[in-house]
Design a protein around this ligand. Structure first.
Ligand SMILES: NC(=O)c1ccc[n+]([C@@H]2O[C@H](COP(=O)([O-])OP(=O)(O)OC[C@H]3O[C@@H](n4cnc5c(N)ncnc54)[C@H](O)[C@@H]3O)[C@@H](O)[C@H]2O)c1
Ligand SMILES: O=P(O)(O)OC[C@H](O)CO
Length: 286
């Protein structure tokens, strides 16, 4: 969870709650972006060690963190810290952003985070809540490997402000106004991840692992997929015509990309991933 206040220089003061894998990863990313970052940890060992060495002794241990981050804790930040250091706006129309990255459903009530915030803090605060979700292994983001995540809030404005905080090129944010959908997808995918792990653990192969999730997951995640293999070999620097000649099989995604490109253009919709596959194929064909 991140709490932030924009500064006149465009950078923000950010308080990250949690110094585990993902809290540390987000703190590092925000520190890279020159925000003034405070990372709260409930582990005293993390606070002391981090402020001496810019390393987290428990999570992402190999990573050296930017010097723009200060660890705070183990006591929760108090009112004086909030008021004197972060200086949030108390104007209900201009509340600081509250960004959530947790994925889950409250046991007993079945409530999602947004519902809990609305119930406990009121609808005005819930409007300032933004959710970030998507493929985001902390260990990969912290090494600046590219990923794309969804940033959603009840208002487009809040989502846009939150996305602007994460402006490193490897961390692409797509904004929207469906925080419930984002929350539910993030919570539910974990149940299927357990099922998928079970299928692997039982010794089943890819078809079984993808059952219930579908062909998209299957074809995107296995070197048994011809289309995945084409993409992998392109990523490794091979030429498309060489790949197609040596694949020994069809990869229907290659011609389909052309059709998809036409549909995207006709509908005038944003489809950045399909567009970039198409651009790559056109470049190769020249
Ligand atoms: N790791 C990822 O790649 C990743 C990516 C996206 C989202 N997330 C989400 O971020 C959240 C945290 O994941 P993580 O990977 O950082 O977990 P983690 O286990 O690495 O770290 C969790 C941190 O929270 C602290 N903590 C646990 N219970 C607490 C409590 N009751 N009060 C205060 N602090 C508590 C722990 O001490 C630890 O520092 C999860 O909801 C997860 O779904 C994680
Ligand atoms: O390691 P997991 O299964 O908690 O997944 C972490 C993130 O949610 C991946 O996006």
């Amino acid at each position: 969870m991140v709490y932030s206040k924009p500064q006149p220089n465009g950078n923000s003061k950010v308080l990250v709650f949690g110094a585990g894998n993902f809290g540390s990863c987000l703190a590092s990313h925000l520190g890279d972006s020159q925000h003034e970052v405070y990372m709260w940890a409930r582990e005293e060992r993390i606070v002391k060690h981090f402020n001496l060495s810019h390393r987290n002794p428990i999570y992402l241990q190999d990573h050296v963190f930017p010097s723009t981050i200060t660890a705070v804790g183990p006591e929760l930040p108090n009112k004086a810290f909030i008021n004197n250091t972060l200086k949030p706006s108390l104007d209900v129309e201009n509340l600081p952003l509250l960004i959530f990255v947790n994925k889950g459903i409250e046991v007993g009530t079945n409530a999602l985070t947004l519902e809990i915030i609305a119930d406990t803090c009121g609808p005005d605060i819930a409007k300032a809540a933004t959710f970030i979700s998507g493929p985001s292994f902390a260990k990969e983001i912290v090494q600046r490997q590219p990923t794309s995540v969804s940033v959603a809030s009840l208002t487009e404005l809040e989502a846009t402000k939150a996305a602007a905080l994460f402006h490193q090129p490897h961390f692409r944010c797509y904004t929207g106004v469906d925080p419930i959908g984002i929350e539910l997808s993030g919570a539910l995918k974990n149940v299927y991840a357990i099922a998928s792990g079970m299928a692997d653990g039982l010794g089943y192969e890819n078809n079984t692992r993808a059952t219930g999730v579908g062909d998209l997951f299957l074809t995107c995640s296995s070197s048994n997929s011809r289309n995945y293999t084409v993409g992998y070999r392109l990523g490794q620097g091979e030429k498309l015509d060489v790949i197609m000649k040596t694949l020994g099989s069809v990869a229907e995604g290659v011609p389909t990309t052309k059709g998809v490109k036409k549909i995207i253009e006709e509908l005038g919709i944003s489809a950045p991933i399909a567009n970039s596959v198409s651009d790559r194929n056109i470049k190769e064909a020249k």
